[in-house]
Design a protein. Sequence first.
Length: 193
Amino acid sequence: MKKITIAILMLFSFSTMASAELGLNVGVSGQMGVFTAEAEESIGTNKKGKDDAIGVFGYGSIFVEKTLGDYLAVGIDYVPSSLSSETVSESRADKTTANPAGYGNVKTQKISVDLEDLTTYYLTLNVTENLYAKLGYMEVDVITNESLGTGGAYGNTSLDGTVFGLGYNKDLTNGLFVRAEGNYMDIDGVSLA
């Protein structure tokens, strides 16, 4: 099974729209980060290639969280837009039984990936009045967008993983607050046929 690891340093900007008396925080956030990924291509037991990638990203999300006493909160964070990778393109000699050497049979392979419905379910624990730790479970749909001249195709799938983080919360007037948060996400891998 392939392993995809995402290491992220996120900067969050939150504003609340709900009553503090209810212990409910609703808002929007903006994230920036760096991710790493690893992929390996094989046909049967024949390994065709392996590659690593590093990318920088930014996106927005919406969240709702409920405080549970003075120390705990549970929440859900949802990214309403899809996150798209760059398109990778390469040309390959297509070896067939009619032409096993592959000469004259050059095919173009193009692929990109969209991450959709990125959802994180989390729990925070206040360490001090402003500092908190975060633990969460995340899931995302992976949509492959391929144009393979050899006629092959990759399937779509869903991935899940864990989130660990530390953050700083500052309450403002009128029930508003801002946060800065750093997270590490580890997303499980998957094999696509």
